[in-house]
Each structure stands twice: as structure tokens, then as C-alpha cells.
Design a protein around this ligand. Structure first.
Ligand code: NAI
Ligand code: MG
Length: 351
């Protein structure tokens, strides 16, 4: 028997609806594999911010540190600015726990048509590896002359040799394990300091991983190729901003944001990693019990894989694939009429 201590942060909106679905799936798969979970639920959210003035308590990070992993729903609530939820919870967790790899797999499943004509089911299966702790998402900069004609804002991107190198080593290692090519997202024609530096480090780490075939593409052309020829990619490595945009685009190519999972990894395992669906709190459908739980359930599978149970994780993704390929059960965003609970029950039947 292995036990894992899991911090559950459902957050806001549909985060509180999809996380229970993920937990049911974890408990079911755990029973079959001799894995148990001890959950602790934290109500850290924008709703908490409105009541207490902060997304999490002062000792929030210390409390999370005790767990083996963190499973998060989504945060975001009308009336609370989005930078509050991001900088008050998600970014502190990613940085304090050195979760420098943001892993976002993309698959076009059988039975789930992609809106992109070129995306043949079964052929599109790649991973976006996004830098998660520095880059364009930096608090360095400022604003001057507010409200005056000379008003200005400056924001500095921060790329460090250590930060980029550790991400690239993870990405090249992943490409080695998957046996596929690696594509680096760049823009060194327009962004003339940080991106040439990025390119140099890619070439350096590429030389250290001779088994991996790699190339680089400018982000604008790469975005077009995601739509025109998504099957050619296997591992795509990108900076914080580029990776964020590319992975949402990729999720759309795969059939919708509701199915996309993500992992915020501390690969060394020195700190807990965090797993969360790519989607947000979806205030437009919150409270109706109709959210698609696939993104959250697949994120839970990534958590199991990270915790050392790749077989159990694969059983979950196989169950998702089988439900989509062999049954008509779909939530509304995928053209069906199933509720979150009904879809989850179908997954449990196929486990
Ligand atoms: P969103 O992902 O919440 O919603 C975009 C659209 O996709 C909506 O029409 C929504 O109904 C639909 N959708 C998303 N997930 C779905 C699911 N599982 N099943 C069915 N339909 C789904 O993004 P939006 O609207 O830009 O942001 C809403 C709030 O969420 C904002 O406050 C934003 O800051 C926050 N957000 C939080 C994230 C996080 O916690 N990591 C990530 C993205 C947004
Ligand atoms: Mg995003």
C-alpha cells in the first residue's frame, strides 16, 4: 500500500465542480492499484479574497509544502481582477516550489473531431513544455507619469542561463524518452536580446542531447503550423508567454479547452508539483453541473504518473480515450448533453 498526501484547491466556479470528479477517478484507480490518498481541502479562492482580502493565508505555502502534490481546479471570479488571482496564488506556488516546467499534453482523440481540418484523430499527440517561473512574466518594470501625456510603462523580460538551461534539459530529456523531434519557439528576429540568448542555449543543450533531432521556428509561423499541420510536432519547448499562448491554441486544435490538462513540475521532487486543468473558472457555466471534467481527470492522471504510478495513469487516459471512441456520452461543450456527474460515471465504468 502506498499513500500520498494531496492538497486539493478547488478554487472558484467550475473548479469546484471538476475537482470532485478527478478525486472520484483517483479513488477508483487507487483501489485497483493499492494506492491510497489522504486529501486536505483548502478553500483558497477569489471568494476567500473577497471575504479576507487574500487568496491564501500567510502560511499558505508552508502548509502546501507538507503534501506530496497539489491538485487545483481553477481560480477567477467576476469582480476580482485576474492579476490578483494569478499573482496571489498560482504564481507564488509555481515560484516557491520551483515548478519550472509547465507540461501541457495535446491529443486529438478518436470520436472527438477537431475544429482543425488537418488534425487527424490519433495522429496529433504532442506536448508543450512551457517555462513556468521567469521570462516575460516578471514583476520588473514600472509605470511613470500616470494620467499625463508622457505616461509610460516598462516591463522587463528575465531570461537566466540557469532557468532556461534546466527547462531545456527537461524538454530534451522528454524528447529522448518519447523518441520524437523537438521544436523550439523563438522570435529572435524581433526580440533581439532575450531570444538570441534562448536560441544559443537551445543549440547548446541540443548538442548535449545528440539523439534528439531539433529545430526552431518563429512563434508566428509556429502558431500557423499548429493549425495547418499539428501532427508534425512531438515536443515543443517555449518561454513562459509563448508557451501559454501556444498551449491554449493547441488545446483548441485538440477539440476544446475543457479537455486540456497541465502539470506544474518540480522535476527534482524537492517540492510538491501542482496539477490543474488548463481552463479557467468558466463563470458563464459555473453552478450548473455541466462542466467537462476531462481536463481535471487527465491532470489527476499526470499527477499519478509524477508520483511514480505510470501504469495507473495510463489506465485513466485510456478510459478517457475509450469513452470518447466507443460511447456518445459527452458534456455540452463537446456537443453532448451529459452532466459532469454523468460523464464521470461513464469514465468510472470504463476504468
Ligand atoms: P475559461 O477557461 O474559464 O472559459 C473559456 C470558455 O470555455 C468559456 O466559455 C467556458 O464556459 C468554456 N469552458 C472552459 N472550461 C470548460 C469546461 N471544463 N467545460 C465546459 N466548458 C468550459 O476562461 P476565461 O473565460 O477566459 O476566464 C474565466 C476566469 O477564469 C477568469 O477569471 C480567468 O482569470 C480565470 N482563469 C483561471 C485559470 C486558472 O485558474 N489556471 C486559467 C484561465 C483562466
Ligand atoms: Mg493560459
Amino acid at each position: 500500500m502506498t499513500n500520498h498526501s494531496i492538497a486539493l484547491i478547488p478554487g472558484d466556479g467550475i473548479g469546484t465542480e471538476v475537482l470532485p470528479a478527478a478525486r472520484e477517478v483517483l479513488d477508483s484507480i487507487g483501489t485497483r492499484h493499492g494506492i491510497t490518498f489522504t486529501y486536505e481541502r483548502y478553500d483558497w479562492s477569489c471568494e476567500r479574497y473577497l471575504r479576507h482580502g487574500s487568496m491564501m493565508p500567510e502560511d499558505g505555502l508552508e502548509r502546501l509544502r507538507r503534501h506530496d502534490a497539489i491538485l487545483l481546479g481553477a481560480v477567477g471570479y467576476p469582480g476580482v481582477p485576474d492579476h490578483v488571482s494569478l499573482w496571489g496564488l498560482l504564481i507564488p506556488i509555481r515560484r516557491a516550489f520551483s515548478q519550472y516546467v509547465n507540461l501541457r499534453p495535446i491529443r486529438v482523440f478518436d470520436g472527438l473531431p477537431s475544429p482543425v481540418r488537418a488534425a487527424v484523430t490519433g495522429e496529433v499527440d504532442f506536448v508543450v513544455v512551457r517555462e513556468n517561473t521567469e521570462g516575460e512574466y516578471s514583476e520588473i518594470g514600472g509605470r511613470m507619469n500616470r494620467g499625463l501625456p508622457g505616461e509610460m510603462a516598462v516591463q522587463q523580460a528575465v531570461f537566466t542561463r540557469a532557468g532556461v538551461t534546466r527547462l531545456l534539459d527537461y524538454a530534451f530529456g522528454l524528447a529522448e524518452r518519447r523518441g520524437g523531434p523537438l521544436t523550439s519557439a523563438t522570435k529572435s528576429n524581433g526580440i533581439v536580446h532575450t531570444m538570441p540568448f534562448w536560441d544559443e542555449l537551445v543549440a547548446e543543450r541540443g548538442a548535449a542531447h545528440p539523439a534528439v533531432e531539433w529545430n526552431q521556428e518563429h512563434i508566428d509561423a509556429l502558431a500557423a503550423k499548429f493549425v495547418l499541420d499539428p501532427a508534425r510536432f512531438d515536443v515543443v519547448v517555449a518561454s513562459n508567454l509563448f508557451g501559454d499562448i501556444l498551449s491554449d491554441l493547441a488545446a483548441a486544435v485538440a477539440g476544446g479547452i475543457g479537455i486540456a490538462p497541465s502539470a506544474n513540475l518540480n522535476p527534482e521532487g524537492e517540492h510538491p508539483s501542482m496539477f490543474e486543468p488548463v481552463h479557467g473558472s468558466a463563470p458563464d457555466i459555473a453552478g450548473q453541473g455541466i462542466a467537462n471534467p476531462i481536463g481535471a481527470i487527465w491532470s489527476a492522471a499526470m499527477m499519478l504518473d509524477h508520483l511514480g504510478h505510470p501504469g495507473a495513469a495510463a489506465e485513466i487516459t485510456d478510459a478517457i480515450a475509450r469513452v470518447l471512441a466507443t460511447t456518445p456520452v459527452r458534456t455540452r461543450d463537446l456537443g453532448g448533453s451529459a452532466s459532469t456527474a454523468e460523464f464521470t460515471a461513464e469514465i468510472l465504468r470504463h476504468l
